[in-house]
Design a protein around this ligand. Structure first.
Ligand code: G6P
Length: 491
C-alpha cells in the first residue's frame, strides 16, 4: 500500500473493466449487494479502495439503475464508501455482441487452450468496437486532467488504449490482460488481429501474468505489425508511441480483509461439517470456480473418482465440495458444460456415496466471499485444476485463508499461480491418475509438511500482494513516460 501511495501522490486513478465490483440486485422489496465471482474484481477492488478515484464498468444488476445519481455514479463499497463506481448501460443487443459474442465466444476460447473453438462474427466485432468507444468516451468525461492515470482491464477492452490515447495523448495508460496470451499462430486466426494489437499498443504499459505470455505477445506483434521491438527493455515502438510489455503476476490483498475477525479454524471446520451433515472426523476437499470450461471441473471430479478406486478406505470418509458460481449462462457452451459437471457428480455419487456421506457435493450457485472463505478454512485440501488459467487467485486465496498453516493445495501446472506457488502439489489435470495420487498425498500429508509448505506459500503471497502488483506497474509507467519525454527533448 505504501508503494502504491508513493506513486500516486495527487492522482485520482480511473479503472475500466467490464465487470463491476458491486452488483445491486432487487429481491422483492429489498436491494441486495453481490460481489461477483471474478478474479479481476478480487484483485483490483482493494487497489481501488487504497487509491480512490473512479471505476467505470458495465452496470449489470437488476437494481443498479436505482442506486446511481444523475451521472450514473454510485459511491462504493456500499457500507464504507471510498470511491466512485460509474456505470455504463448496454442494450441486450450490445451485450450479446460485445460481451457474450466477441469477448466470450471469440477472445476467451482464443486465448485459453481448452480446445473450444472460437466463434468470430462480424456483427459481434462491430458491437465490440462500438462499446470500446463508449467506454473510451466515458474515460475522457471522467478524467479531471489531460494526463490521467487509467488502468484498463482485460480482453473486453483491447481497443480502448488507442481510443483513449487519441483523445488524451498525455494519458498514462496501463493495460492488464488477465487471461493468457496465445502464440502467434493461435492468435492469428482472429480476423481482426491487427486491429486488436494496434488498439493495445496505445498503452504506456501492457501487463501479463507471466514472462511466457509477454513473449507470446511480442512474437505476435512481430509477426503481424510493422513496429520496432527492443527486446532488452521489452518495449515496442509504433508511430512514436512507446509501450513497455512486462509480466506482473497478479495477487490478492494482504493482510486479508478478515484477518483477526474470524473464529478459529477448528470452530469453522466443525460448523461446516455440521451444515453438510458430515461427522466431525470426516475429510473434506474444496474447489471454488466459476462454472467455466477452462476450470477443469470434470477432470477434478474424475480424479476424486479415481482416488476412491485406488484407495477404497477413503470411501465414506472423504467428501469433495465444489462451489461453482453460474457464469455466462446465456451461452450454449456454458449450459452444456454445466450439464456435464452435474452428470459427472451424479455418476460418481452413485458409485461412492455411503450412508448420507456423498462423494461430491456440488453447490452450483453464487457464494459471497465470506462464505467461500469459511470453506477454505474448513478444507483439508483445495483443488485448482484449470486446463488453462492466467493466474488463478483461488489458489492464493486458499493459502491466505490458512493462518493455521494447515491444509494442502493441489494446483494445475497450467495456471500462472503454479509459477509462483512451488510448494503446492503441482499436477497435469489431464492426467487423472496423477491428480488422484496428488489428492491422496494431500489427504495423508503429515502436519509438519503441511506447515512447511503452507508457510512458504503464505510468505510468497504476503510479499507479492496486489498492492505490489499495482505499485510496480505505476513505477514502470513513470519510467516509460520519462524516457518518452527525454526522447522528445533530444529529438
Ligand atoms: C475472468 C476474466 C475477468 C472476468 C471474470 C468473470 O477472470 O479475466 O475479466 O471478470 O473471469 O467473468 P465474467 O464474464 O462473469 O465477468
Amino acid at each position: 500500500r505504501t508503494l502504491l501511495h508513493k506513486h500516486l501522490v495527487g492522482e485520482r486513478i480511473l479503472v475500466v473493466s467490464n465487470r463491476e465490483p458491486y452488483i445491486h440486485i432487487r429481491t422483492g422489496d429489498t436491494v441486495e449487494v453481490h460481489r461477483p465471482a471474478s478474479g479481476l474484481v478480487t484483485a483490483v477492488e482493494p487497489v481501488m479502495r487504497a487509491c480512490s478515484g473512479t471505476w467505470i464498468a458495465h452496470g449489470s444488476g437488476s437494481a443498479d439503475r436505482e442506486t446511481v445519481d444523475s451521472h450514473d455514479r454510485v459511491r462504493v463499497p456500499p457500507h464504507k464508501p471510498e470511491y466512485n463506481l460509474r456505470r455504463i448501460w448496454l442494450t441486450k443487443e450490445e451485450e450479446e455482441g460485445y460481451y457474450y459474442g466477441f469477448a466470450n465466444e471469440g477472445l476467451w476460447p482464443l486465448c485459453h487452450i481448452a480446445h473450444v473453438r472460437p466463434v468470430f462474427r462480424t456483427s459481434d466485432w462491430q458491437q465490440y468496437v462500438r462499446i470500446n468507444q463508449r467506454f473510451a468516451d466515458a474515460v475522457v468525461k471522467e478524467a479531471d486532467s489531460d494526463d490521467p492515470v487509467v488502468l484498463v482491464q482485460d480482453y473486453h477492452f483491447a481497443l480502448l488504449p488507442a481510443m483513449i490515447r487519441k483523445a488524451l495523448p498525455k494519458a498514462t495508460i496501463i493495460t492488464f490482460w488477465h487471461i493468457p496470451w496465445p502464440n502467434p499462430e493461435s492468435f492469428g486466426i482472429c480476423p481482426w488481429r491487427e486491429e486488436l494489437l494496434k488498439g493495445m499498443l496505445g498503452s504506456t504499459i501492457l501487463g501479463f501474468h507471466t514472462p511466457y505470455h509477454c513473449k507470446n505477445f511480442l512474437e505476435t506483434v512481430d509477426r503481424y505489425l510493422e513496429t520496432r521491438i527492443e527486446h532488452e527493455s521489452s518495449t515496442i515502438s509504433r508511430r512514436g508511441q512507446l509501450t513497455m510489455v512486462e509480466s506482473y503476476p497478479i495477487s490478492i490483498q494482504w493482510p486479508p480483509a478478515w484477518q483477526g475477525t474470524l473464529p478459529p479454524v477448528d470452530v469453522t471446520r466443525s460448523e461446516i461439517l455440521g451444515e453438510l451433515g458430515l461427522p466431525l472426523d470426516h475429510l473434506i476437499g474444496v474447489g471454488v470456480d466459476r462454472m467455466d470450461y477452462t476450470k477443469g471441473i470434470p477432470e477434478r471430479f474424475m480424479a476424486v473418482e479415481r482416488l476412491f478406486e485406488l484407495h477404497p478406505e477413503l470411501v465414506g470418509r472423504f467428501t469433495f465440495v465444489q462451489i461453482a458460481a453460474p457464469s455466462r449462462s446465456a451461452l450454449e457452451e456454458y449450459q452444456a458444460f454445466e450439464a456435464r459437471v452435474h452428470s459427472h457428480a451424479e455418476r460418481i455419487n452413485g458409485r461412492f456415496s455411503r450412508d448420507g456421506r456423498p462423494a461430491i457435493i456440488l453447490k452450483a450457485e453464487h457464494h459471497e466471499p465470506e462464505q467461500v472463505n469459511r470453506y477454505y478454512r474448513a478444507a483439508d485440501v483445495c483443488m485448482v485444476t484449470s486446463l488453462h488459467d492466467g493466474m488463478n487467485l483461488v489458489a492464493k486465496e486458499y493459502v491466505a485463508a490458512r493462518d493455521d498453516e494447515r491444509g494442502a493445495l493441489v494446483l494445475s501446472q497450467f495456471t500462472g499461480a503454479a509459477h509462483e506457488l512451488h510448494e503446492a502439489l503441482i499436477v497435469n489435470p489431464y492426467h487423472v491418475e496423477q491428480t488422484a495420487e496428488a489428492l491422496h498425498r494431500a489427504l495423508t500429508m503429515p502436519d509438519y509438511e503441511q506447515r512447511e509448505r503452507m508457510r512458504s506459500m503464505r510468505m510468497l503471497v504476503r510479499d507479492f500482494n496486489v498492492y505490489r502488483w499495482a505499485g510496480r506497474m505505476l513505477l514502470d509507467a513513470a519510467r516509460v513516460r520519462q524516457r518518452e519525454k527525454l526522447a522528445a527533448r533530444i529529438g
